[in-house]
Design a binder for this molecule. Structure first.
Ligand SMILES: NC(=O)CC[C@H](N)C(=O)O
Length: 371
């Protein structure tokens, strides 16, 4: 068990609002966009989800760390969050799966944790004022270097972080003899997506985010997957042209989160930054066709522009899912091509499994195309 050593620390938001806490981990100022997630469990999955690259995550669950960490839960090889803010960081843990403690695991990755923070006040503030950049640092008062670092921190809008986290080399996942061959564009892919494809009898080749469409089509995949990922979707400027070529070839194409947003951009739509995004495991989503409501896992700060009536400037797409809290677009499908995307996370990890059948829906279109 790591002995927790903490010193007074602070969070300073870009509008000057300050929150006091106790800093565990590196004392050098850490700057990033400050967002909150309402997941009650699954902190290791959250911290390793590449879509959280470049973000300091506030956990609204009041105690974090009490079941430790293990080798199976990470969604990628290492944590991606820039920092973590909690009400209480548990000094002890207990779970039959645990192989270590959370502070030690975050410490190894040099990720600061600001604990003893009034996370309820902070979350309510971000919900009203909107998410913004912030700096976490050591001391009772923000130091000059922390303020300077905050001023130099780029805005999330316009940032292409997907290219930063994407694999540099392609790799395979699953049994090479599996029934279906899927090529997955990696903008920041989560392991549970790969696991679910594997469980659906797929062999997956994961390719870098800028792989030319021709290279993918040459391999005659049964389906193409566009992954989740961090940053501003509109900043991944090379992606829409690639996706258009793949989609127009008739290969079934499925996108999750960033992948879904890129489908929106490919067919003429735009994306907008949301005031505070959707992050958590309890977001109600209406499946427009069936009228069923799914409780979904979410993690995004941008959305495809439009609403239930349609995707703005993209008449080729129909809206298949909408968020019941704010009416935002949660799913789109191409009216003629076998292409669809969802804003939420059917792979969960963490979160509810209501939407897992979407993988079957994708594989139905894959099978439909095979002779
Ligand atoms: N999980 C994701 O793929 C997130 C997509 C995008 N980075 C957003 O914040 O909206």
């Amino acid at each position: 068990m790591t002995t927790l050593t903490s010193a007074p620390g602070f969070l300073l938001l870009e509008d000057g609002t300050r929150f006091a806490g106790e800093l565990v981990g590196p004392a050098t100022p850490t700057v990033a966009e400050v967002v909150f997630t309402t997941n009650m469990t699954g902190y290791q999955e959250v911290f390793t989800d590449p879509s959280y690259e470049g973000q300091i995550v506030v956990m609204t669950a009041p105690m974090i760390g009490n079941y430790g960490v293990n080798a199976e839960d990470p969604e990628s090889p290492a944590p991606h969050v820039a920092g973590v803010i909690v009400r209480e960081l548990s000094p002890t843990y207990s779970n039959w799966r645990a192989s270590g403690d959370l502070p030690g695991w975050l410490g190894e990755a040099s990720i600061p944790v600001l604990t003893e923070v009034d996370t309820r006040r902070l979350t309510k503030y971000l919900r009203t004022a909107g998410v913004m950049r912030g700096v976490v640092g050591a001391g009772e008062e923000p130091t000059a270097d922390a303020v300077a670092a905050l001023e130099a921190c780029p805005s999330m809008e316009g940032l292409d972080l997907a290219s930063r986290v994407s694999t540099r080399k392609s790799y395979t996942w699953g049994d090479p003899g599996a029934k279906h061959r899927i090529i997955a564009y990696d903008y920041g892919i989560k392991r549970n997506i790969l696991r679910l494809f594997e469980a659906h009898d797929c062999a997956i080749t994961v390719v870098p985010s800028d792989t030319p469409a021709e290279e993918v089509l040459e391999q005659a995949p049964d389906g193409v997957f566009l992954s989740n990922g961090p940053g501003d979707p509109a900043a991944v400027e090379y992606a829409p042209a690639i996706i258009r070529k793949i989609a127009e070839s008739g290969v079934p194409t499925f996108g999750i989160c960033l992948g879904h947003q890129l489908i929106g951009l490919t067919f003429g739509g735009s994306t907008t930054k949301m005031p505070y995004g959707h992050r958590g495991g309890n977001h109600p989503v209406l499946d427009v066709e069936s009228g069923h409501v799914l409780i979904t896992s979410q993690n995004h700060g941008f959305a495809v522009a439009g609403g239930r009536e349609g995707v703005t400037d993209a008449p080729a797409l129909e809206v298949t899912h909408v968020n019941l809290n704010d009416g935002s677009i949660e799913g789109v499908a191409h009216r003629e091509l076998p292409v669809f995307g969802v804003q939420y996370h059917p792979e969960a990890a963490p979160g509810p499994h209501d939407a897992v059948p979407l993988f079957d829906r994708f594989l139905e279109s894959v099978r439909g195309r095979r002779r």
